[in-house]
Write a protein that binds this ligand. Structure first.
Ligand code: SF4
Length: 428
């Protein structure tokens, strides 16, 4: 039986798509093996969100060639979409654009001389009609609800690589959530390129959330990043349902109006303050996270201090800080007032430090208070410490039986170590 290994870099969408391919190739009788094992064919889903992602994509391809020099290499994803010549130069056998991902199982079977083997993906069927049954080795299921984006932020290449907005029929989303729940998953993460832009006929993102709440029983529904202006009053009302995890991650990007405008973002710092304020005022114990880019072209010290000020003066509880990376083909890469790498590095370190302080402050609020934690399949370390996430996205470790893994358990944190709550399993 031919062996297939699958690997990816990048986002939850890439991870989800690898799951789809894994199940499709198993249905065709292929043996899906670990990426570190020898295989007859490797399928790699690449990312190009930053220059670092480009490098990891190339390294993954080279690693496959090192592990199995004779193997066939099939590459897809955003880096392959935007830089096909660079990928081909590494020496691969098949390059598949993002728009033809449904065709990968058939093309790969052809590549390894297994034409005619039937598999479960019908590439003539409606977009996104294939439903996954599990999420290899993961405790939470990822559900891709849409892809593509119609915004044109000046630093971004995703809209170029992922193309126009495409949303899945809600029936497939609901069926997928119910199947994962039937298979023991207690939490799903709704993911996509721009989930707030989900639209299927008259059904927008808030409608989809209400439909998921009414047509499924899964206890935890988590959302991936949200574009700030899509966090409106109706969204916040729906978010108050405790089955939707009280955790919102906002793609903020900057705390300065001039820089937001240069980025092509259509909101202001006052909008951000209002949105963050409404979330904290409306949803008890919510965790609000944010993405911020440092060193965008033209960013002065004062404008950077505005980002610091926004984080200091609002209830943002953790940060993902990205150093500006000029992506070829974007308008930002053409801007002539680039900030020096040393200055960018300094700003990134400063903001990350502040982010850690805000996170610690937030975590401390939950010491000696009960939390519901979904313990993950993996252990924190070798001496049997369980690790998991609370509904409001706090990392918690506790000692307990292996059979608690994959379950939602009530715990009571008693201390904090390196941004992780240390807890006891609640007995009564
Ligand atoms: S909204 Fe997000 S995906 Fe869309 S163009 Fe902007 S940064 Fe890119």
């Amino acid at each position: 039986m031919p062996k297939i290994a699958l690997g990816f870099t990048g986002c939850k969408v890439n991870n989800y798509e690898i799951q789809v391919l894994s199940e499709a190739l198993e249905s065709a009788g292929m043996e899906v093996v670990s990426f570190n094992d020898k295989a007859d064919c490797y399928i790699i889903n690449t990312c190009t969100v930053t220059s670092k992602a480009d490098t990891s994509s190339r390294n993954l391809i080279r690693r496959a060639k090192r592990i199995s020099p004779e193997a066939k290499i099939a590459v897809t994803g955003c880096y392959a979409q935007l830089k096909p010549e660079k990928v081909s130069r590494i020496g691969i056998d098949l390059l598949i654009p993002n728009s033809e991902k449904e065709k990968i199982p058939g093309k790969v079977l052809g590549l390894i001389g297994e034409n005619g083997r039937k598999h479960v993906i019908d590439d003539t069927a409606e977009y996104g009609s294939f439903i996954i049954s599990n999420m290899r080795n993961l405790t939470r299921g990822f559900i891709k609800i849409q892809e593509g984006c119609d915004r044109r932020c000046t630093y971004c290449t995703i809209w170029m690589s992922r193309g126009p907005l495409k949303s899945r029929n809600p029936r497939y989303v609901i069926d997928e959530i119910n199947r994962l729940y039937d298979n023991g998953y207690l939490e799903v993460v709704l993911t996509g390129v721009h989930i707030g832009k989900y639209r299927y006929g008259d059904l927008g993102f808030p409608d989809l959330l209400e439909k998921i709440l009414s047509d499924t029983d899964i206890p935890r529904i988590r959302l991936s990043s949200m574009y700030p202006t899509e966090v409106d009053d109706r969204f916040i009302r729906i978010l108050s349902d405790r089955r939707i995890c009280p955790h919102v991650h906002l793609s903020i990007q900057s705390g300065d109006d001039y820089i937001l405008k240069k980025m092509g973002r259509d909101y202001t710092v006052n909008d951000l303050r209002r949105i963050i304020g409404s979330l904290n005022a409306s949803i008890p114990d919510i965790t609000v996270g944010g993405d911020i880019i440092t060193g965008f072209p033209g960013e002065t010290d004062r404008q950077f201090r505005d980002s610091i000020g926004l984080v200091e003066n609002t209830d943002i509880h953790h940060l993902h800080v990205f150093s500006f990376s000029a992506r070829p083909g974007t308008r930002a890469a053409e801007m002539n007032d680039m900030v020096s790498p040393e200055v960018i590095k300094g700003r990134t370190n400063l903001l990350r430090k502040l982010g850690t302080m805000k996170k610690t402050e937030h975590l401390k609020k939950f010491i000696n208070r009960d939390l519901q934690v979904l313990f993950e399949n993996r252990m924190a370390d070798n001496n049997g410490i369980l690790t998991g996430l609370s509904e409001n996205y706090l990392r918690v470790n506790a000692s307990g039986d292996n059979n608690l893994r994959g379950n939602i358990i009530r715990v009571r944190p008693h201390s904090l170590e390196n941004s992780v709550l240390i807890a006891n399993i609640a007995r009564n």
